[in-house]
Structure formats: C-alpha cells, structure tokens
Design a protein. Structure first.
Length: 462
C-alpha cells in the first residue's frame, strides 16, 4: 500500500495505480440549500458495529478535554462506492469521540454549495470516478475542518478514515500541551542540505530545530532524533548520555549503513555511527549488514518493453497486526535500505516492533566497494547470509543504564532504535500523497508521537 514514489523518481516512471478519493453528503454553514439529514449532529450517526473501542489512553485524553472543538466534514453528496461510505466513517469517528468528550466535541453543520470553489478552506477538486465501464471526472469536496478557540486545522483532501482519526486526535493532544520542541542531528550527504531534513513540514505539530552533539543538548528539546548518525566520538556520546540522564528521549534512526546517491542511483556502504558504548548495555546495536527480503516493495525497472515492476529486496515490507502500534499506517510498513539490528538477548526494557520475514538475509558490505542498489531481476540479487527474521525497529522504555559512570536514565525514558532513517531523508522520503495515510509522513508522526509520550506505553499495548 505504501507509495514508494521516491524510488520512482530515482529509478524511472511507472504507473503505480493510486486510488483517487471521493466522498458523500456533508455539513458546514454557508449559503442556501436544504440542510442534509446528517446536519442533525452526532446523534444522527451512531457508532457502527465495525468501529473498534477506543484505547484507554485516547478515552482519558477526550475526558480531559476542556476546550470546545467543532469538526466539519466537507464532503460532496451522491458519490459512488466506496467513497460514498467515507464521509459516514468520518462522522462515526466524530460521534464515538464525542461520547467521551463531555460535550466539548461536536459535529458541525455544513451545507454543500456545488457552485463554490471552496468551503471553509476546503477546495473543490477534480476526482476521477469509474461507474461500471465508464470513466469520468467530477468536481467535488472531500475535506474537513477542525476548529477551536485556539485556531483551526484544514484537511483539504481526505482519502483515509484512519488518517483523519489520527489528525483529529493529534489536534486534541495539542490542546493539552504546547507543541513539543524536538532536535535533529543528521549526517548530511549533500552540501547545502537542510540540517533539519525538512521535518518542520513533515512534523507539523512539533517545533523542529537543528541540534548538535558537539556541545551539551538543551533540555528544552523533548526528544532528539539521530538520523543516520556517523562518526560520533566520546564527547558526543557524553553529551547524549547527559541529555538522557536529564530526562530526554532519543531516536537512533539508522547509521549502521551509509547510503548515498550518485548519478541518481543509491549505494550502500558500512557505516561508522560510533554508538556502541551507549547502545550495547541496552541489548541492541546497529548492524552494518544490508537486509534483503523477498517480501518487499516493488519498484520500476527498465526493460526491453519499457518499465516493469520488480521486487526490491532492499525495501522490506513488514505486515502489521491489528494491535500493532503502527497499525494506523496501514496493513504494512515499507522500509528502505535498512541494516539488521543485533540483539544480545531478550530485551528487558523493550520489544521488537518490526522484523523482516523468515526468508530474509543480510548482506555484508565492502567498505571499499559501495554496493549498487539499482533495481534488477530477482535472481540477480546476492543471497546474503543464512535466512531468518531480522530485527529492524526496537522500542525501549524504562530505566536504562548509561556509559561513563553516569548511572541510569529516569524511569519511563523512551528510546527508538531503527536500522534505517530513510523515511526521514528528503532524498528518499516519499512525497505526501494528498490525504494518503500510507506515507513516510505518517510513520514519522507515529514514531515521534510515541517517543515524546503521546503514544501508549509499551506495557499498555497499542
């Protein structure tokens, strides 16, 4: 499901079959016309039997809401399936949330005037539609607006109910605390790159700042993202350990591999992150072997008949169970250019969130001969070592030992360790499809929400 549009840009064009998205009757104020039945409010939209119960943490956040929030679903009426059901899914979400919000969350009324080019900031857009064997394009509205006394958030295009729900919950979270400040320490492979990797746009409700480990890390930063770090020395590790000692949270996202792009094609070499003294006592370290997985994304490869889709083993596709912390991304997560993590034994303070398939292997890389990551026939990929599931993402939570005699971190410290940071790199990050829940943006949000404490504890489950 996840769109690897960045690989299409790297390797060539290919029609990947994206699904457009339309909707249904809707709400909102405006100009004339009969108020549709759904404008009656939340009571008109009981929670359907397919809506799962809300997690305890979500219910607690809704019950604590003390600011009035209005949600307006701006969808055009009379759309064909499956889009005709999407607006009702959104209203069912609003109704379910409203039941726990003590009157502080309501569904707003919207009347759709099809002659308008925008309603409440939601633009009218062109939408391809298949009706039987007939293909046509219609103009419609398919967005929403979330409002409170603190401002509004416009979702101009919605394709996915799960992403709408995440956006609504994130807005409610913001009402309980100001936006967290997070720091980014990134190894930049191109001169002139943004030191924050453009994450201010990706992580809209966080204040993103460039950071350095050459000096003490400010405790004003709620979390620190190390994106493919390279060459960290003892001074850097001491500053990082001291930051953790003072209550900070850290995500180590890649670094075991150094992936660069030359002439439009990515290459991989062993990395030298320098994090062993910090990570080893926690039971997890970054590996420098490239994971190759037959259960993978598909990318375009040039052939005699044009571009054809082929499996791409350096892009493992990991299925997600219903109760997985990343499940709202979709049924699977796709990771590019990931190293295999090494576990020294069972994790006392954490768990493995993502693993490759049992058929996957890991390939040792030559530091003097970067490995070309261009698409090729499946049989042309090297076999790597013995097959077996490889840990790709680990979440740690609790009291963690620190190096240099600094003792332990405070209780409840959260740390993420991943074999790749590609989903945060602008040269590999897939462009955000409008309203598409299955993007690198969503993965980044979920991981960082958990890291800063806006996601459930490991002990609480997903």
């Amino acid at each position: 499901m996840q769109r690897i549009l960045c690989l299409i840009a790297l390797f060539g064009p290919l029609a990947c079959g994206s699904d457009p998205a339309p909707p249904e009757p809707v709400e909102a104020n405006a100009s004339g016309g009969e108020v549709p039945p759904h404008a009656a409010g939340d009571a008109a939209f009981p929670v359907g039997p397919t809506r799962p119960p809300l997690a305890p943490g979500v219910i607690a956040r809704l019950e604590a809401l003390d600011t009035d929030v209005e949600v307006r679903v701006v969808f055009s009426p009379e759309m064909p399936p499956p889009w005709s059901t999407l607006a009702e899914e959104l209203r069912a979400i609003i109704a379910q949330y409203a039941r726990h919000a003590n009157g502080h969350l309501r569904h707003g009324d919207v009347v759709i005037d099809p002659s308008r080019t925008e309603i409440d900031g939601v633009p009218r857009v062109q939408q391809p539609v298949m009706e039987g064997t007939v293909y046509r394009t219609v103009e419609l509205f398919r967005g929403a607006v979330i409002r409170s006394a603190h401002g509004e958030h416009v979702l101009p295009y919605i394709d996915d109910a799960a992403e709408f729900e995440r956006t609504l919950l994130r807005y409610i979270q913001l009402l309980s605390h100001p936006p967290h400040a997070i720091g980014v320490v990134a190894s930049l492979y191109r001169e002139g790159d943004d030191p924050t990797l453009g994450l201010g746009e990706v992580l809209g409700h966080y204040r993103v700042h460039p950071a350095t480990l050459a000096e003490p890390v400010s405790t004003e930063l709620r979390a620190l993202l190390l994106v493919e770090p390279q060459g960290l020395d003892e001074v850097a590790l001491r500053h990082l350990a001291r930051y953790l000692k003072q209550g900070g949270c850290v995500a180590v996202l890649g670094g075991g591999l150094a992936v660069t792009v030359g002439s439009g094609t990515p290459y991989a070499s062993p990395g030298t992150p320098g994090l062993l003294p910090l990570l080893e006592p926690w039971g997890v370290t970054l590996g420098d072997r490239l994971v190759l997985d037959p259960r993978s994304v598909r990318v375009p490869m040039r052939s005699a008949v044009g571009f054809v889709p082929v499996p791409y083993p350096p892009g493992p596709s990991v299925p997600l169970a219903e109760d997985h912390p990343l499940r709202s991304v979709g049924e699977s997560v796709n990771l590019l250019f990931t190293g295999a993590l090494t576990l020294s034994g069972p994790l006392a303070n954490g768990e493995v969130w993502l693993r490759s398939s049992e058929e996957s292997t890991s390939l040792a890389l030559d530091p003097d001969q970067p490995f070309l990551l261009a698409p090729r026939e499946p049989s042309a990929w090297p076999t790597g070592g013995e097959p077996g599931a490889q840990p790709l993402l680990v979440a740690l939570e609790g009291t963690l030992p620190l190096p240099f005699g600094m003792g332990d971190t405070p209780a409840g410290t959260r740390v993420l360790v991943a074999g790749t940071g590609s989903f945060l790199r602008p040269d590999f990050r897939a462009p955000a499809a409008l309203g598409d829940a299955q993007t690198d943006y969503t993965i980044a949000h979920l991981l960082i929400d958990w890291l800063v404490g806006d996601g459930p504890s490991i002990d609480d489950g997903a």
